[in-house]
Design a protein around this ligand. Sequence first.
Ligand code: CO
Length: 213
Amino acid sequence: MEAYKKLLRENKAWASSKLGTDPEYFKRLADLQTPEFLWIGCSDSRVPANEITGTDPGEIFVHRNVANLVVNNDVNLLSVLDFAVNHLKVKHVIVCGHYGCGGIRASMSNLDYQPILNMWLRNIKDVYRLHRDKLDAIEEFEARADLLTELNVQEQVFNLAKTSIVQKAWRDNGYPHLHGWVYGLKDGIINPVFEMTANTALDPLYEYDDIQF
Ligand code: CO
């Protein structure tokens, strides 16, 4: 059997098993989506948001890209953020990286990954440059990559806080709570490394004091 056909067969089995335990399952989900969380994670196939957090469909609004970046001119990510914050009114936005991330490792090399990937990975190189002294002091590559992974989620949380979308929500609602987490491929455990709330001080350079909308 061709590999993709297995997916369709498993889908049917999954749908009927859901109905077996709860005949109203799909009807309920189809009528309402009220997730409390927006998850910004890595596209890596080993980090499925729902599975590792024990959540069901309907509980987490998900955006994933290579190395879980929040890039300020990424219309895709910003549309997801805008919808999640302003329409779904999520209480938490989680940026979740993972140890052993290929994107992080690639950004630490000097290889030419061709224009598109180079452009994307450049964002991580910039995070490295901001923390160069701390990172260069670590001799072992794995440990250095692990720290860069943690600093990267911290930086992406800062990037969320720099948006007028988040700043307006903080002003009007007092949320969302922003989280920077790193998942361990080796043990399945999430390490919370950073957080920001509406009360956290932001670099004044990025603060909007006249948000109109
Ligand atoms: Co990754």
